[in-house]
Design a protein around this ligand. Structure first.
Ligand SMILES: Nc1ncnc2c1ncn2[C@@H]1O[C@H](COP(=O)(O)OP(=O)(O)OP(=O)(O)O)[C@@H](O)[C@H]1O
Ligand SMILES: [Mg+2]
Length: 243
């Protein structure tokens, strides 16, 4: 059984069909980079995986559980699927430790005596152990984004979804966030990430999925697909982002 399975997913906003029959399977441990032009449906597809978007056709399943089934407990499912966005949305009035441990305490019932150790361990993974008592406004954008990643990791997800998490950062801060992702990849985390960082996708992803007009236009092993696109649309896209 695949970890994630999208079958002929159709998603519309009113008259606007934005996913036009998307099928994709993701195995445990895979790192999937999702690329494509603005409006091609990348974020929408990602959001379907953890049930943030109702769909009009097809099916989405995670670990064999149907995400688009009204009887599925989405809150429970989302404990296993972390998602990090471009805007990191840390709580400004809570310090780093509290930001990270809020959900584990409230949702998972992690005991107060264990939360600091939990925060320390996930902060070590993102290289920010020394910032445990800081408040978000005392951190750079890159550090805040790494705290947001640590916050997701604290729930011990099986799958992580990342939607252009470096796009809002100053260029000099992008590298530290990508490095964090690379380390998570090395640790074996399954990840689906929407990214414009083609070099990063080539280096870290197992597979590249190119979305175009609401469809998976082309997909394949990262290095091959990016070096030798099979479709003119991917070729055009790559030459636009690389130059
Ligand atoms: N909440 C919404 N309501 C109405 N239309 C939406 C909504 N979200 C997305 N869309 C439309 O769906 C299409 C796909 O959007 P999506 O956000 O998935 O694109 P994307 O590939 O992530 O683009 P970008 O690179 O700009 O983030 C677009 O035409 C967009 O206008
Ligand atoms: Mg998007």
């Amino acid at each position: 059984m695949s970890l994630v399975e999208l079958k002929d997913v159709v998603k519309s906003y009113g008259q606007n069909q934005v996913l036009k029959g998307v099928s994709l399977t993701v195995e445990k441990g895979e790192i999937i980079a999702i690329i494509g032009r603005s409006g091609s449906g990348k974020s929408t597809m990602l959001r379907c995986v953890n049930g943030l978007e109702p769909i009009q056709g097809g099916s989405v399943s995670f670990e064999g559980t149907k995400v688009n089934d009204p009887n599925t407990d989405l809150r429970k499912l989302r404990q296993h699927v972390g998602i990090v966005f471009q805007s990191f949305n840390l709580f400004p009035h809570l310090n780093v430790e509290k930001n990270i441990t809020l959900a584990p305490r409230v949702v998972k019932g992690v005991a107060p005596a264990q939360t600091r150790a939990l925060a320390e361990s996930v902060l070590r993974k993102v290289g920010l152990a020394d910032k445990i008592d800081a408040y978000p406004d005392q951190l750079s954008g890159g550090q805040q984004q790494r705290v947001a990643i640590a916050r997701s990791l604290a729930m011990q997800p099986t799958l992580m979804l990342f939607d252009e998490i470096t796009s809002a950062l100053d260029p000099e801060l992008v590298g530290e966030v990508l490095k964090t992702l690379e380390e998570m990849a090395r640790d074996g985390m399954t990840m689906m990430l929407v990214t414009h960082e083609i070099g990063f996708a080539r280096r870290v992803a197992n597979r590249v999925v190119f979305m175009h007009h609401g469809k998976i236009w082309e997909q394949g092993p990262a290095a091959d697909t990016l070096a030798k696109p099979a479709t003119p649309e991917l070729e055009t896209f790559l030459s636009a982002v690389l130059h």
